[in-house]
Design a binder for this molecule. Sequence first.
Ligand SMILES: [Zn+2]
Length: 329
Amino acid sequence: MTLPLTSSPDPGLAALEHARQRHRAQPLVRAIGSRGLGPYRGYAELLAAMARLRRDGARLIKIGDSVHGEPLLALELGQTAGRPCARTSVVIAGLHPIEWIGVETALTLTERLLGRDLENRSVLVMPIANPDGLLRVERNLRAGRRRFVRHNAHGVDLNRNFDVHWGHKNLLARLVPWVFRPGHHAASEPEVTAIAEALGGRRVDRSLSLHSFGGAVLYPRGDSMSRIPDGDEHREWAQRIAAHADRRPYRALPSWRFGFGATMGGLELDWFHSRHGAVSLLAECSRGGIGLRPARLLDPFAWFNPPQPGAVARRIAQAAEGFVAGELS
Ligand SMILES: [Zn+2]
């Protein structure tokens, strides 16, 4: 059922329904299933899943608009932010839009958390942090174009645009500057500003960012090889999630080591730690979707997304649930 747009008392839901109508399309699996890319859902289908999570008890919040005016939506569970002493866990997915398995994992995790008593904690999940990019990937998929997409509509890598050590570039970023474009200045992009503003008044003590691929759980720092004072707590959580994220455990390591020593600035991972003091983790979900099929090497979507999103998302969500829910290590 579609709710009337003008009389809805809920601006988040109204924005969601409006976007869903604007982008209504055949299920994405009909376009990509025959290519073996897996049963991934398109933007309108993902929005419908968010509407169902709202119906089941999550609060839907619009935190801003993308470059092209798509709503930036968050689902909130547990306490509302205004409650005294309420701490917030944040989950972000889809900042890199082709990393679709992260979006599916965020929705699965939200579903799991709905059944939990979060006590005095608020959990804020932003499953589609870069909707313009995601829509671009979807258009490519439906048209059968094999394209790598990493940016927002301004051509900026949002995971280089956060206001922490912004503009620090490694050799690779200097060699291929168009891939890791950090924007004109720190937090120049509306998607990044919206995240920062939505969290402004909150006590964020845990964050989990969902990317792909690589089978790893990363912790700060990414902008330097130096150790952080709360490194032990980060490592313990990263190891605990990594051990259960797949049948063959993921690796747990500092972000700079995942990048083979290539440090970089403007990362969400470092931003959550340095600006909020959060235990900040980033999961590189799955080991990609190429497997033993070399033909899939030609399809960038397959590099980042395993062909069984349901099973992969369930496993990672289960592994990360305790961390996000505020369990003690
Ligand atoms: Zn990524």
